[in-house]
Design a protein around this ligand. Structure first.
Ligand code: MG
Length: 291
């Protein structure tokens, strides 16, 4: 099931995406007020939502403005650096990693993005929020946690996954380098496009087989299978939860493959007028203009 959040008169509504149509779940049952709330409530509410898909009012997708499926996460988005081998190499070669000691890390590099950076799947990335003019894209799989846990073993980790989304980990490269810690370079407003939906994990039993594709102005820049992650989803969940409680609605951006703008020679940064698309098989595409 593909859960979406869309603008409505008043507070946003929860919908279920079915092809090119959105079933308006919140209109059918006003007690269903948000995707995050539904994830927190768990199986009962998810069962209720699936029952409402048929009877709910159906709206053409082109008629609604989608927001990020979780427009305001409860915590910063956890994100993983250098988690595809060829990207680790291109990043190392670029000289832009102020914290780098070795190309492929022994342990996952984990940083976060501010919740205020989240925007919807069609919203504009404001490159004016990066005063250094080094705005770059990173197409990534987002993993949404569904069940609370601490010290989750890799074997149990997938039981804690609610579903998946698409994230563009937009980055101000010069800020990433200048401030050593990546938080500021990863967190300008509008620098976390997300969506178009959260797909429940049961819809994609083998997420590793899905491919990620990033295009800038129609030109293919990144293409890799999720199975190429150096630290896979169970390892990331196990690592994070080894010391902190993971909670429903927590989001992990799993890392980006080779082909970012900083890896090109010379680097090519995003500029006003560009269109960045990140698509993952089985989830969908986010298409964000740059202003
Ligand atoms: Mg990234």
């Amino acid at each position: 099931m593909k859960l979406v959040t869309f603008e409505a008169d008043g507070p946003p509504h929860v919908g279920v995406l079915d092809g090119d149509v959105v079933a308006d779940v919140t209109s059918a049952d006003p007690t269903i007020t948000g995707v995050l709330e539904a994830i927190i409530d768990g199986d009962d509410i998810m069962g209720r939502i699936s029952e409402l898909v048929s009877p709910a009012t159906r709206i053409a997708l082109c008629e609604v403005r989608l927001m990020a499926p979780i427009p305001r996460p409860r915590k910063n988005i956890a994100a993983v650096g250098r988690n595809y081998l060829d990207h680790a190499r291109e990043f190392s070669d670029s000289g832009f990693d102020a914290s780098e000691e070795q190309t492929v890390p022994d342990h996952p590099i984990i940083f976060t993005k501010a919740v205020t950076s989240v925007i919807g799947p069609r919203d504009a990335i404001d490159s004016g929020n990066d005063p250094t003019g080094t705005t770059d894209y990173e197409g990534e799989l987002g993993v949404v946690i569904g069940r609370e846990g601490i010290a989750i073993s890799p074997d149990d980790a997938m039981d804690h996954v609610f579903g998946y989304t698409v994230i563009n980990d937009v980055t101000a490269r010069e800020l990433q380098k200048r401030h050593v810690q990546w938080y500021i370079g990863k967190s300008p407003d509008t620098f976390c496009p997300m969506g178009p939906c959260v797909v429940t994990a049961d819809d994609i039993p083998d997420i590793g087989a899905a491919w990620l594709h990033t295009r800038v102005n129609g030109e293919l820049r990144q293409e890799a299978p999720i199975s190429a992650l150096i630290f896979d989803i169970p390892t990331l969940i196990s690592t994070l939860s080894s010391v902190m409680t993971l909670e429903p609605g927590d989001i992990i951006a799993t890392g980006t493959p080779v082909g970012v703008g900083i890896g090109l020679d010379p680097p090519i940064y995003l500029k006003a007028g560009d269109l960045v698309e990140v698509e993952i098989d089985g989830i969908g595409a986010i298409r964000n203009p740059v202003v």
